[in-house]
Design a protein around this ligand. Sequence first.
Ligand SMILES: Cc1ncc(COP(=O)(O)O)c(C=O)c1O
Length: 445
Amino acid sequence: MNAQLTPAGTNPELDAFWMPFTANRQFKAHPRLLARAQGMYYWTADGRQVLDGVAGLWCVNAGHGRREITEAVTQQLTTMEFAPTFQMGHPIAFELANRLAGIAPPGLDRIFFANSGSESVDTALKIAIAYHRARGAAQRTRLIGREKGYHGVGFGGMSVGGMINNRKFFGSSMLPGVDHLPHTLDIERNAFSHGLPQWGAQLANELERLIALHDASTIAAVIVEPVSGSAGVVLPPVGYLKRLREICDKHDILLIFDEVITGFGRVGKPFAAQAFDVTPDLMTTAKGLTNGAIPMGAVFSQRKIYDAFMQGPENSIELFHGYTYSAHPVACAAALATLDIYLKEGLLTRAASLSAHWENAVHSLRGLPHVIDLRNYGLIGAVEMEPRQGKPGARGFDVFLKCFERGVMVRQTGDTIAMAPPLVIEPAQIEHLVETLGQVIRETA
Ligand SMILES: Cc1ncc(COP(=O)(O)O)c(C=O)c1O
């Protein structure tokens, strides 16, 4: 691509692409173009090597350029590029669902396919509401999300989500009947916790308050990320998720875990549900499902939920929901090849063996200027910095840009830098990632 800038500092070749979640004008004046990737690295359009500290966007768990995935996708495209899954089927969709059920938390062995995290979330919310209706509790339509939650950008996900900027520009066009739990980030009490924070399990009791307010008989589901990434890595306090599970059980409310970033090995087990030993009723996934190679999402459902729909005349459609590309054959092929890699290379548990090293590396940044918190769990890390006065996010953005200039890609949310490297990262690369970030923080006023 011609990177010539006009005198005004813009590049007309970059104008047409309205970039998502991007400062378009800043980017187009100073483009950061990635051209090639292999293993732990990207290469920019001008040939610079960049260590991938965030697995693309929390998705390339097995590292870049995996030949096995390319071959599986190529083979599938040659054999059958598309087949419908509305009233038809194709074998690898069933094979993939069975394989996923095999690594799922207990009982979550009915799989509905979507094409992204956002679609998975909207699918799970709809299943939850329709499930209660199928059992004769049609008044259970309320959904409870959480402040700072990120559940994608569909109207459902946006409504249960709790990130202010993702909501405020869209006025009141949210789902009705949604409420939010308080978030669990408490820097005053928990700053610099190693792993899960000790304080805060009682925040789950706020669910009892919301239930008292709305009455359990109106509530369909509670949705939370076991560990949230997009809000700048927010960890569940010890015991918090178990408590949420207990309260949901007591009131017959479904618990949905949004595992779009935690799924497929990020926290040292296939899913966070297993790492925390808390089994949800529905679990949303995407990203690592295909190693990011082809868009795909999957909702894992408890069998009892699926069974509740299997009633009425046998030739009637049980759930009026689906996407043209649900279980797209090419995505299925990518996911099967990805699963093979994960299992062969032990990647679904590798984060557990690296996590002590990772924790030490992340916490080595303690004491650097402006660093007010460090958080880690599995192969997730976050550095929270004090905002510049009157300029929230400016310091975080500077650090992100400088890291990229120094050949390290991290992710910035406000003044928090998040890291979630491919699970194939080696200890020396962890050091390089964290040391570069540390140098940049030192140099950034
Ligand atoms: C927890 C969670 N849910 C949903 C999504 C949305 O996924 P997608 O961007 O694939 O729609 C994300 C994306 O980061 C996420 O982190």
